[in-house]
Design a protein around this ligand. Structure first.
Ligand code: B12
Ligand code: SF4
Length: 482
């Protein structure tokens, strides 16, 4: 069997704008490729790298002649994947198509269409291996025995689709195959609390998973549903070994929360040090974790932690408690101070809500203005499909194509301000907060071409928010229904 694994190219300018700051490896496809038996040629096609994805797909189908296509998709990419799947079926009617990844997991019904043959939900390695070895044999017993593998059409198993897939034991995961793509294509804008002269701003970056799941229960987030509120780490030695074999010096962890399990955090740091790995790291964590385990963060700083992404979410305690964030603005502020003491850069991620008026934007702006230096991001609070919050907003969703716009940057519910103004205010907020980036504050010497790149990237990203209203029907552009 010849297998082609595909990561789609996003359509939304907001996502493409974000991708100018960070384009990370198609790690999910590297995991899947690692379980393909040796005698089956496998190829990874990352369509994000190409300007004309359709032409590249046609060419690859012609040259590689796959029997099985495996698409991955986040929700905002789902309709693009359906379109590409249909194109592939037209060109090669006998080809089998399987979709997996986040959208397939949370919205299997949306993937139950004729040009898709199989839907794999949850962690894909084991089910994908089962599928490859069973294809062509009788399919029906397959979906009965493996509820994470759904067939589409008349065999679609409603019961299996209604339950949440369980994560497997992390020790069973293979080492992802990074030999299937060119590492030079993947980068991330790198933040440092104390930037040095001529440090790279867009280094080559590898992505590594050390665990999955999170113990918290923020109401807008799908992770508690996916993980059942359990955090499961991979064996520390396996992670250290993977890190030791990776070429890029910079590593972005794909975990939901890297330091929530303190004992594991120390164990992994120890394993990394023992293995003699010297890399630079960026991780995601919570303010409450930083305050609970400052010594763990200090330990990680010693082994190369440069920055952390912290969901500050809101500038008021009312908003934080309404989303069950499990922390207050005081936690956020103290965690930020602690990070600065430790010399770890903070990426403070805030959200705005569709119901924000001018005074709410002004309040947020004032709050951010008073904060110490940080790298900032601003998204729109959008509950994830699959959460109870998402169910609750169903009747208020004002567009027909909600999945297409689910990038946490497009409001799915009516905004209080006209959409044009809403996007404009986010853009202004981004521009103003960009000036507080530790790199802007410290003003180290920068490579001129990197400086130009960063300025253009920021401009394009802000423009994507300014023009976000164009992704909605024209009658909504200036609509103010409140
Ligand atoms: C790391 C991460 C990122 C990275 C990018 C990763 C990448 N490769 O590009 C960054 C930080 C850039 C990012 C950005 C965004 N992200 Co993100 N991200 C994550 C996170 C934390 C982990 C995903 C990951 O890479 N895991 C490691 C890999 C190995 O695991 P995996 O993707 O789950 O893949 C396994 C299975 O899903 C399955 N599988 C996957 N694909 C396929 C395909 C087939 C054929 C099969 C059989 C199986 C299969 O098997 C894989 C093998 O292990 C998840 C949360 C989560 N727990 O899933 C959110 C998450 C996926 N992101 C999300 C969102 C919304 C975004 C953004 C739109 C948000 C934003 N405004 O910033 C952008 C969009 C980026 C883009 N280009 O599309 C949402 C998606 C919601 C949805 N319904 O689509 C999630 C679930 C976060 C959340 N809490 O809601 N993200
Ligand atoms: S938002 Fe972060 S802390 Fe909250 S449940 Fe999701 S992953 Fe955990």
């Amino acid at each position: 069997m010849r297998i082609l694994l595909i990561k789609p190219k996003a359509r939304l300018d907001t996502v493409l704008g974000l991708e100018r700051f960070e384009r990370l490896e198609p790690l999910e496809l590297g995991y899947l490729a690692a379980v393909v038996p040796e005698n089956n040629p496998v190829c990874v096609l990352d369509l994000r790298l190409y300007r004309w994805p359709d032409a590249v797909l046609r060419r690859t189908l012609r040259r590689f002649k796959p029997n099985l296509l495996g698409f991955t998709a986040y929700s905002h990419e789902a309709s693009e994947v359906k379109r590409l799947a249909s194109l592939a079926k037209q060109l090669m009617p006998r080809i089998r198509v399987v979709i997996g990844g986040h959208h397939a997991t949370v919205a299997p019904h949306d993937c139950n269409i004729p040009c898709i043959d199989y839907i794999i939900r949850g962690e894909g390695c084991h089910p994908f291996k089962v599928l490859i070895t069973s294809i062509g044999h009788s399919d029906k017993p397959l979906s009965d025995r493996f509820p994470n593998i759904l067939r589409t059409g008349e065999h679609f198993n409603e019961d299996a689709a209604a339950s949440w897939p369980q994560y497997p034991e992390p020790a069973t995961l293979p080492t992802p195959r990074r030999d299937l793509w060119n590492l030079n294509h993947y980068y991330c804008v790198w933040v440092n609390e104390n930037p040095s002269h001529l440090q790279p701003l867009f280094p080559r970056v590898a992505m590594v998973r050390t665990s999955y799941g999170c113990k918290m229960n923020c109401s807008f987030c799908i992770v508690p549903k996916l993980s059942g509120g359990v955090h499961q780490p991979r064996p520390a030695n396996a992670v250290a070994e993977e890190l030791a074999r990776i070429v890029p010096k910079y590593v972005y962890f794909s975990d939901d929360e890297n330091f929530i399990d303190e004992a594991y955090g120390y164990e992994l740091a120890e394993a990394i040090e023992q293995r003699g790995v010297t890399k630079r790291y960026f991780a995601w964590t919570r303010a409450t974790t930083i305050l609970r385990s400052p010594d763990l963060l200090k330990r990680w700083k010693e082994i190369g932690l440069d920055g952390v992404f912290v969901g500050f979410e809101f500038a008021s305690n009312e908003e934080l408690s309404a989303t069950h964030k499990g922390g207050t603005i005081s936690h956020n502020e103290r965690a930020h101070e602690k990070l600065r003491d430790l010399g770890i850069a903070c990426h403070a991620a805030f959200m705005v809500r569709p119901e924000y008026g001018r005074e709410d934007f002004a309040r947020l702006r004032e709050y951010v203005r008073e904060m110490p230096p940080a790298q900032f991001s601003f998204t729109v609070c959008t509950p994830s499909p699959g959460t109870e919050d998402y169910e609750r907003i169903q009747s208020s969703i004002w567009v027909n194509n909600a999945y297409d716009l689910h990038d946490c940057m497009h409001p799915l519910m009516p905004t209080k301000l006209p959409l044009r103004e809403f996007g404009e205010l986010i853009a202004q907020q981004l521009e103003e907060a960009g000036r507080k980036n530790p790199i802007r504050v410290a003003k180290p010497l920068m490579r001129p071409w990197e400086l130009i790149r960063v300025i253009r990237t920021e401009k394009k990203y802000a423009r994507a928010f300014r023009e976000l209203y164009r992704d909605y029907p024209r009658e909504l552009w200036d609509w103010s229904g409140w």
